[in-house]
Design a protein around this ligand. Structure first.
Ligand code: AQP
Length: 344
């Protein structure tokens, strides 16, 4: 039977990029998976601490992420929703995998370079990198591989930026199976159909939770006023009319991309949607985007506000306790096979 696994870092309320690139796909998979499938979605707090976090803030973000996942439509009766740090087997398998993972392979990964804003050809052993680069940030893909393999996931939905890490997870599984016993499952990637959503203020960068400018992203919980303010101040250009041309008009094209993927019934493609809006002024076009975003996010926002009321604290902790219990049982079953295979 299918085992679907994916994770998201509690580094802030999810934005439209997380929603279109990941969460909406998670809900679809949950709703369409065969009844005997196991579905696990993790709030990967141990990944979040690869960058320095304030403990009070992190605790709040974990709770906000749980409320966000429920608000977009994940159902704890169908999906196992849990905090990664509640399931110790993730860290245990990470240690085991890291005993066989090659430093050379990990050095070629790009995420630690982009998080530290280092050039593409940087080596982890460059003298200036060695002190800045923490071991956890460098070995992050090993923890990600453990997250997936510990649940013997068969399918992992992710954005295109994660394909490299999935390839690494398959490599970890295959090499373990080859050297010991066949107990781990090399997972298949399910790529999200929506391409990257770009920053509203700097459309050559991806929309990101941790970018310092809050106007660069629309949160799935933003009010209509916030949505309106952010879209109105989104960087566009001075060309008249609306066209879809990501290379030459990245700002306008990003808004079309967002509007189209939020509701794919409104047109056949981004190009077709741009054609429908061709004669609008950019101002009038932005008003349409605001309406579309507000319309799609309204129900998410209402649900989120309700869940974040203090009287729902127990509900949230009951859901995460239940999730951690089920995820631990699933992961511990894998760990006994892994320990057996290693002679531990
Ligand atoms: N801009 C984006 N467009 C499309 N998909 C995106 N994802 C993230 N940004 C975009 C997808 O969201 C999932 C969860 O991401 P994550 O929180 O685990 O880490 P991330 O990819 O690093 O996301 P952020 O928002 O940029 O967080 P920070 O700023 O904390 O690093 C992934 O499947 C990702 O593809």
């Amino acid at each position: 039977p299918q085992v679907i696994f994916s994770g998201i870092q509690p580094t802030g309320v999810p934005h439209l990029g997380n929603y279109l690139g990941a969460l909406r796909q998670w809900v679809k998979l949950q709703n369409e998976a065969p009844p005997n499938a196991t579905i696990l979605y993790s709030i990967v707090d141990l990944h979040a601490i690869t960058i320095r976090q304030d403990p009070v803030q992190l605790r709040q973000w974990r709770r906000e992420m749980l409320a966000s996942l429920l608000s977009v439509g994940l159902d704890p009766k169908r999906s196992i929703i849990f905090y990664q740090s509640d399931v110790a087997a993730h860290s245990e398998l990470m240690w085991i995998l890291s005993c066989y993972a090659s430093v050379g392979y990990l050095s070629r990964m790009t995420q630690w370079k982009s998080k530290l804003a280092l050039p593409e050809n940087t080596s982890p052993l460059d003298p200036s990198t060695k002190t800045k680069l923490k071991l956890g940030l460098f070995s992050y893909p090993v923890l990600q591989a453990a997250d997936i393999l510990v649940h013997r996931a068969t399918h992992v939905p992710v954005g295109a930026d994660q394909s490299q890490h999935l390839e690494f997870a398959r490599e970890c599984a295959n090499s373990f199976n080859h050297n010991f016993q066949h107990v781990l499952v090399p997972p298949e990637t399910i790529l999200s159909p929506a391409k990257r959503v770009m920053s509203l203020t700097r459309p050559h960068l991806k929309m990101s939770k941790s970018h310092e400018d809050p106007k660069s992203r629309i949160l799935i919980t933003d009010s209509r006023e916030e949505i309106s303010r952010k879209i109105n101040s989104a960087l566009t250009d001075s060309v008249a009319g609306v066209t879809y041309d990501p290379l030459n008009r990245p700002g306008v094209s990003n808004l079309i991309h967002i509007m189209y993927h939020l509701d794919e019934t409104i047109a056949d493609s981004c190009e077709a949607l741009a054609g429908d809006c061709r004669d609008l002024s950019l101002r009038a076009f932005k008003e349409r985007v605001i309406d579309a975003v507000d319309e799609q996010l309204k129900s998410v926002r209402i649900k989120y506000e309700e869940l974040m009321q203090p009287n729902n604290d127990h509900l949230l902790s009951d859901i995460s306790d239940e999730g951690s219990r089920k995820a631990s049982a699933n992961a511990n079953a894998t760990m006994s096979l892994v320990r057996g295979a290693l002679g531990l």
